[in-house]
Write a protein that binds this ligand. Structure first.
Ligand SMILES: Nc1ncnc2c1ncn2[C@@H]1O[C@H](COP(=O)(O)OP(=O)(O)OP(=O)(O)O)[C@@H](O)[C@H]1O
Ligand SMILES: [Mg+2]
Length: 172
């Protein structure tokens, strides 16, 4: 049986979307950018090459048009100053131990900025309970390898904020 496209509970709000090509993944990043406030955490989960950085680039360029947004694979953290808040784009793939997270100073990011985290599972239990989880799947579809299925799970305070994202393709 297919999972419902959307479901709501007291603590989380779940929706499932199809992304046809890189441009749509970036568009969803821009759609979610509109919701952000200082102190927010958005996690990006999915296998290598799923499109996590493409999503982050779309989101960051909403505030900084044309900005170069490299993957933070080697630097672990890239920070961006925007007019509204700083954005910390983090990639924890190369993190060796969850204890190394403290050295990255992410607590400071959460005081006034927005945290975008690729490979959040490397953080263990240190993730904020209020967060938006973006899970990108569907890469083994042989007939259309540009298509991704994305599950968006809004947790805690995010559950009542996120709303229906299915209009993301029309967003600017
Ligand atoms: N629907 C899609 N959404 C996003 N990227 C797509 C899509 N279809 C194809 N691609 C391609 O897949 C690649 C995704 O790369 P990206 O760096 O965003 O992955 P990633 O999830 O950040 O990987 P990593 O775990 O290595 O950081 C790009 O080369 C992009 O062009
Ligand atoms: Mg990446």
């Amino acid at each position: 049986m297919l999972a419902p496209a959307m479901s709501v509970s007291n603590t989380s709000f779940f929706q499932c979307l199809t992304l046809k090509g890189e441009a749509e993944t970036a568009a969803l990043g821009r759609r979610i950018a509109r919701l952000l406030r200082p102190g927010d955490t958005v996690t990006l989960t999915g296998p290598l090459g799923a499109g996590k950085t493409v999503f982050a680039r779309g989101l960051i360029r909403t505030f900084l048009a044309g900005e170069d947004v490299p993957s933070p694979t080697f630097t672990l953290v890239q920070t961006y100053e925007t007019e509204r808040f700083p954005i910390w784009h983090v990639d924890l793939y190369r993190l060796k131990a969850a204890s190394e997270v403290r050295e990255l100073g992410l607590d400071e990011a959460l005081e006034r900025g927005v945290l975008l985290i690729e490979w959040p599972d490397r953080m263990g239990h240190a993730l904020p309970a209020d967060r938006l989880d973006v899970v990108i799947e569907g890469m083994d579809e042989e007939d259309d390898d540009e298509e991704r299925i994305v599950k968006v799970i809004a947790r805690g305070a995010w559950a009542s904020r996120v709303g229906d994202l299915s209009d993301f393709r029309s967003g600017r």
